[in-house]
Design a protein around this ligand. Sequence first.
Ligand code: NAD
Ligand code: IPM
Ligand code: MN
Length: 367
Amino acid sequence: MSNPSILILPGDGIGPEVMAEVKKVITWYGAKRDLQFDVSDDLVGGAAYDAHGTPLHDDTMAKAQEVDAVLLGAVGGPKYDALDFSVKPERGLLRLRKEMDLFSNLRPAQCFDALADFSSLKKDVVAGLDIMIVRELTSGIYFGEPRGIIEEGNERVGINTQRYTESEIDRVARSAFELAMRRGKKLCSMEKANVMESGILWREVVTEVAKDYPEVELSHMYADAGAMQLCRWPKQFDVIVTDNLFGDLLSDAAAMLTGSLGMLPSASLGAPMGNGRPKALYEPVHGSAPDIAGQGKANPIACVLSFAMALRYSFDLGEEADRLEKAVEKVLADGVRTADLLGEEGVTPVTTSEMGDAILNALDASL
Ligand code: NAD
Ligand code: IPM
Ligand code: MN
């Protein structure tokens, strides 16, 4: 049997810096666990625009469709701000999500004990936190038609459309119920059924799907109240399912419960392929962080934990995923900190690459 294949798309800004640490981890698994992956590299975002005049070359799109998993760093940056909207770096990422049909975006927010003091919220609010946000990723206002900027009378109008079909809601809801079954059996669905028809339909469909999962306790919340509850008492949640835009906002907010945006991984999953595994793309939730790019300050943990999710969801290597997550936990418990995680007095931050090395040492210690 051939080795599992991975396409690495480091992207822009800190993307290549954090991905370099993931490559070290992949090499470690080859050398120390005899797990071989066929890894290839390509361009996305601004890097692809610079080389090809497009944020995602058709050949790269075709490769992404064929591999077992795509790992992406981050896209975007001020250098590309003035580009036409159609070729902006972010369009490359959105094309990958849409054409691979990655409708279920898993964004876990877990507070490592060693960082509980570091969150901007009180320690007892975040200590032991372990929640999962499931964000719909291929529809909603990100992709709805009509869209554009049009002339109307003597002014311009910006238009985007929130649009969800029943089947789009059904499939993401099912993926969230399935996850809830494997976790704490609690699911909270968030929309704004008080002001949006798409929210009314969302609530109806999720309630219907719940009949197939009688063991899961389902609740509904308006997304604005959900944002408040996430800050007030996040441990009331187990799995949250929500639409594309609300999920974007709520997951950034959840990131701060864990201490830093540099900690939060994600998995974007589609329908199962021939081998029974879902089409999948793994990426940190953070962006290209132009303010710290090129300085060796980026925290690679979100990207490393995204690879752990790949081990679990694409390669059926749950125990190896646990090993990697425990290695990260150990490094944090040992007090190793990149600059974004500095709260304590007198701690000198490590560089991106030193954090990667510390994770490799912890992996060695796990053998
Ligand atoms: P950002 O996530 O890049 O940065 C927000 C803040 O968090 C910055 O202060 C940054 O320094 C810090 N930060 C982020 N990741 C970090 C890490 N790993 N280690 C330490 N600090 C980290 O968000 P932004 O500034 O709003 O966006 C910058 C660019 O990235 C934009 O072009 C945006 O469109 C793009 N973006 C891309 C993705 C993606 O590729 N998935 C996600 C979000 C934003
Ligand atoms: C994210 C990002 C993206 C989004 C951008 C870069 C297209 O913010 O992955 O959360 O809005 O989905
Ligand atoms: Mn976002």
